[in-house]
Design a protein around this ligand. Structure first.
Ligand code: PEP
Ligand code: MG
Length: 784
């Protein structure tokens, strides 16, 4: 009976706190709401939260229900003072019926507190370090029951995570502002750093650790230094049963506590995904919570424990039972529930084993090392703790790289031999600007690295000064620099970097983080947020571009030998009209809330354009019939990213309002070189005359027809390339937002006529090598 009460109290509180977390806007509001809730739920006169300052010895009152509100932020005490300090000193619960008689009792006049009789204080922990205290006080003497203490401990655990999350969010914000664009300093680090001889000799040993420099593709700029987390070697949490099994009541208790913790972690995941993407995208975690509260599931685990299984193994067996059942299902949606079950099982076992499951098992800031990071990993990775990403496969144009850039995480991809040269105990410096990594760097390198970090801040300040200035050449040619985005959180990054709207909104990312196709209303909600976020700046929404390296967990995708050449992108949309219509309706319904345009990827023929137009017209008719407002003249554009579209650009332009050149795909299709395959990296070359002449041809068609041609591939993120493209007639670029300031800086230093001269010369050259040599010279001259 007692157990049941505790469970109900725990669950109710958990649910309420879930609502508080989801609906509060910042740490202060969350803490205020929590103290109100706890005071009410515990029927106490006071509930207060004190947090420990950076010095580790000062506690400050951060929120209170019952004490004077004016004392919040003002009351401070040393950990050696008062009962609250005692909680920190003892790192444990302090429960006292008659507090004023206690030798450590201290009365703070500022709180206007009467003499409260009873005191219950529980520490908040970040791992094993106390970060604060939650205190409950009552006027009447009261003996706190075991149940009350344990539910307050659960709440304390939740608050700790909120506080830690809030601090991490702060630090990531600061980090985002400190990004690296200082290539000339890099030369120094290389000069002072590892030499080829070091490598030839197999690297030096530093404290017994192998030192090594590896070169890959610079996929996301910036520097970082840290310990590694090897993603592909995630521990197989199989609850193997090899662990010692404790008596049944203890195993039961262990399981129930882990289950509660897993639920709390699930709430945080929900919160994080809601912040990063949208609340709708986070809804899957509600389903997880429901499964964790399912009586059938819980009693299956408890029954197994009663058969003398240890808790981890019992969870594993119960999860396997459900997995077996789900995997038999015909319906792909239900089959997908098995992935959820597995996820849930892993989370509970993580809690049983003391791991932190909500943050992709990262306990502290780490550099992610992986054979490959898939786009779906990027949607769920613990961004706050990921300081950098290095992989063996993948390239600058893979979607994982694009997301890393959006999130401001330095990344080097395509590092051959990475996994066999790196170990769990290694430290790595990532130089995301030049594409080098240093495994176990020596002190000289570290000192250089620290200096670079400092220099970077001043460089960054200089670039920040450009944010509100237009991108205009010295002879007055106006250039537009817009952002490529995929997530809601990109809005902030884009605006902070001075983006003049969005040249490419990749709608597939929000689809990826879901468990089923969103309907038109859900999509409208999301697009509306993006449009409103950009406050009437243009937002170019591209329809679903799945296939290739972008899959959706809930969409049965045919296995193809050659997916980039296969059923992807607009080809899927035109065949799955049901999905396509929902998306078009979603965009149209959102269109009155901003300045939207609609763009279609991978178009190769006029027939496709006509088919799209027919469907679009029908969707518009339907919305009209339903009385749903939309922008009837929403601009209609296509991406030019297949050689067929280049060859027929003069025909296609007649059917559209604008083109956007997608160089990421255009390069791979023109040169038959997979954009993600490091083995053919040398063939994937933006300076190949075939690529450059293709771009020129499309730009010319735009000029002749008087229609806009923009460029949204990653190629434009390099200053010299942007100048070259400008000289070729393109003056509207869309790129990862962090590159905007440095591109703007380059544009503001040069005249359009110089850019034209550069372009004319480049187009007269006959090989990529000659182009690179010439551009290298120009870069030196311009100091780029
Ligand atoms: C491109 O192909 O250049 C492009 C911008 O689209 P994505 O990278 O999404 O394929
Ligand atoms: Mg593309």
């Amino acid at each position: 009976m007692g157990d049941e009460r505790q469970e109900t109290l725990g669950l109710r509180t958990l649910e309420d706190i879930s609502v508080i977390i989801l609906h509060s806007h910042d740490l202060q509001e969350t803490l205020d709401n929590i103290v109100n809730l706890v005071a009410k739920r515990m029927d106490s006169d006071v509930c207060s939260i004190y947090l420990l300052e950076e010095d580790g010895v000062t506690l400050t009152l951060k929120a209170t229900k019952g004490l004077s509100k004016a004392s919040v932020g003002k009351i401070t005490m040393k950990t050696s003072e008062g009962l609250t300090g005692l909680v920190i000193e003892q790192k444990g619960v302090v429960a006292i019926e008659n507090a004023p008689n206690h030798p450590r009792y201290k009365y703070f006049r500022e709180t206007k507190e009467e003499k409260f009789q009873s005191f219950l204080g529980i520490p908040l922990f970040e791992r094993k370090t106390p970060v604060g205290v939650i205190v409950v006080q009552t006027r009447e003497p009261r003996v706190f029951t075991g149940e009350e203490v344990s539910s307050l401990a659960t709440i304390a655990y939740q608050i700790s995570s909120i506080v830690i999350n809030a601090k991490l969010l702060d630090s990531i914000r600061i980090k985002e502002e400190e990004r690296a664009f200082f290539e000339h300093e890099l030369k120094k680090i290389k000069a002072h750093g590892f030499t080829r001889e070091d490598q030839a000799a197999g690297g030096k040993k530093k404290g017994g650790k192998q030192q090594l420099m590896l070169a890959g593709s610079a996929a996301s700029p910036g520097f970082c230094w840290g310990k590694v987390y090897i993603l592909n070697q995630r521990v197989n949490r199989n609850g193997s049963g090899l662990e010692k099994v404790m008596p049944r009541p203890e195993e039961r208790k262990r399981f129930l506590i882990a289950l509660e913790k897993a639920k709390i972690h699930t709430l945080y995941m929900e919160k994080r995904v809601a912040q990063l993407l949208s609340k709708e995208d986070a809804a899957i975690f509600h389903t997880h919570l429901m499964i964790m509260e399912d009586r059938g599931f819980i009693s299956r685990v408890l029954d197994l424990i009663d058969k003398d299984y240890g808790a981890p193994r019992a969870v594993k067996e119960a999860v396997d039972y459900y997995l077996g059942a789900f995997s038999q299902m015909e319906d792909p949606y239900l089959r997908e529930r098995s992935a959820d079950m597995e996820d849930i099982g892993r989370r509970i076992i993580d809690c049983l084993e003391g791991n932190d499951p909500s943050r992709v098992r990262l306990r502290e800031k780490r550099i992610i090392v992986a054979s490959d990071v898939l786009p779906s990993d990027m949607a769920t990775l613990d961004h706050e703790k990921v300081v950098g990403i290095i992989t063996e496969r993948g390239d600058v144009n893979s979607h994982a790289a694009i997301m890393a850039r959006s999130l401001g995480i330095p990344a080097v991809l395509g590092l051959a031999g990475l996994l066999k040269n790196i170990g769990l105990r290694n430290e790595v410096i990532i130089d995301g600007n030049s594409g080098h990594i240093y495994i176990n760097p020596d002190d000289r390198i570290k000192v250089e690295y620290e200096r670079l970090q400092r220099d970077h801040s001043s460089k960054q300040r200089e670039l920040d000064g450009l944010r509100d200035l237009p991108a205009v050449t010295t002879d007055g040619a106006r250039v537009f620099l817009r952002a490529n985005i995929g997530l809601l959180s990109d809005i902030r990054v884009a605006l902070a970097n001075g983006a003049e709207g969005v040249g490419l909104y990749r709608t597939e990312f929000p689809y990826m983080a879901r468990k089923s196709f969103p309907d038109r209303n859900e999509q409208c909600g999301l697009y509306r947020k993006i449009l409103e976020g950009f406050n009437r700046l243009p937002v170019n929404i591209r329809t679903l571009d799945i296939g290739g390296d972008k899959g959706l967990p809930y969409f049965a995708y045919p296995k193809e030998d050659n997916p980039f050449m296969g059923w992807r992108s607009i080809r899927v949309s035109l065949e799955r009209e049901d999905i396509f219509r929902e998306q078009l309706a979603g965009v149209l319904m959102a269109s009155p809330h901003g300045k939207a345009s609609l763009m279609f990827p991978m178009v190769s023929s006029v027939d496709e354009i006509l088919a799209i137009k027919r469907i679009l017209a029908e969707v518009k008719e339907e919305l009209k019939r339903d009385g749903k407002p939309f922008d009837p003249a929403i601009p209609f554009g296509i991406m030019v990213e297949i050689p067929a579209a280049v060859q027929t650009a003069d025909i296609l332009i007649k059917e559209v309002d604008y083109f956007s050149i997608g160089t990421n795909d255009l390069i791979q299709y023109t040169l038959a070189a997979d954009r993600n395959n490091p083995k053919v990296k040398k063939y994937y070359d933006p300076y190949h005359p075939a690529v450059l002449h293709s771009i020129k041809r499309v730009a010319d068609v735009g000029i002749q027809s008087g229609k806009k041609v923009s460029l949204c591939g990653e190629m434009a993120a390099e200053p010299i390339n942007a100048l070259l493209l400008l000289g070729m007639g393109i003056s509207d670029f869309s790129l990862s937002a962090p590159y905007i300031p440095i591109i703007k800086q380059a544009i503001r230093k040069i005249s359009l006529s110089t850019c034209r001269e550069i372009a004319a010369h480049v187009l007269s050259l006959e090989s990529a090598g000659a182009v690179k040599e010439y551009l290298g010279k120009i870069k030196m001259e311009l100091g780029l």
